[in-house]
Design a protein around this ligand. Sequence first.
Ligand code: ATP
Ligand code: MG
Length: 425
Amino acid sequence: MTDRIQAVRGMNDLLPDEIDIWQHVESVLREIGWQYGYQEIRTPMLEKTALFKQSIGDQTDIVEKEMYTFTDGGKESLSLRPEATASTVRACIQHGIVHNQQQRIWYMGPMFRRERPQKGRYRQFHQFGIEAFGWAGPDIDTEVIRVGERIWKNLNVEGITLQINTLGSNKSRQAYRIALQNFLKDHLGQLDDDSIRRLENNPLRILDSKIPETQEILVNAPHILEYLEPSEKSHFDGLCESLEDSAIGYTINSKLVRGLDYYTGTVFEWDTDQLGAQSAVCAGGRYDSLVEHRGGKPTPAIGFAMGMERLIELVANQGNNENRQRNVIYLIDVTESANASSRIIAEQLRDSGHRVISHCGGGKLKSQLKRADQSAAVIALIMGQSESLTEHRANVVQVKYLRDNIDQQEIPIDDLVAWCNANIL
Ligand code: ATP
Ligand code: MG
């Protein structure tokens, strides 16, 4: 006997029982994308490794430790995508769709990171994200944030809070970076190893260190807000103002930096206190130089990525996963000719939008009813039987409620579709 092969650690199967809530959330996300005028993009799950190295950054956790990378046919290094902004930008440049154009785009699908699997953190996980290309002002920042707010609203998820910050332009960030480095060098002896390693190449990442001693030192560190150029300051003020106008609550967290190098200007994160350590549900920001760095024309851009497993956990916990599926009908047929006319009826019901499980495999009425009971159906339609369910009758159907305490009814076959339309949809 060979061992049974299990799934790869940190990569989940979504079983039929769990799929309703996924489909519900996916359809709400798609609908919201559509409502705000965003269009879907689907890019490959594999890309050249260089794309992620150059976009996300060589020194980031994602690129340093978390990518699934292999050499294809002994030649080219490829990686499973750890996120989708790099691929979206690549596709938009390659097909010329952000060249002198504005674009609102969304995507949804699996991402791959070799992290330590735990609740809310997986090696294959899913993101829904939006990207807006071609707008430089704070109005689009507000829109992108508002899409997040709309998602919580339409999914009835409560208790999610917004933090915002700005990372300035490359120029002002450079000045800030030096100031931060100088400050931290004075505290070199107290810094943890990871932070010391980052000091030269990526000092801003030290700001979101999880080490308490490092955080203590950072209390007195210089603030990025003090290093902004006037135009950057007014962009950030404009964002704050329009969030206030939109009644979207936020806090400014000057230590909020993102784990990807391409961010510039506005950054934000939506957090919940209901998922333990994995508190970030959605994160995003501006990446005004990425399109140019990747070989396109300079194009301002902003987007976010949302962790769907975390979002779905919230939707499930808050009890808002009402079954939006149509009521299920289980169709039983015990006529002599078994199934000829019931197949026609089933199709007529489906023509009207009903969800019908046709009994397959024959059997006595009792065993068919047992199957109906085990199914998701709320109602069984029994063809070919009288009210007492003992004698055969061809021109009527018995309606048996499977979950509710409602008397059985007999309906002429010719009225069945109309009856179901009125009583079941
Ligand atoms: P975290 O701080 O939780 O590691 P991150 O900063 O790495 O998040 P991003 O790269 O900004 O996350 O991705 C956006 C969102 O995708 C996160 O806010 C989170 O909801 C989700 N996410 C990221 N990594 C994972 C993962 N390994 N498993 C499940 N969801 C994830
Ligand atoms: Mg991470």
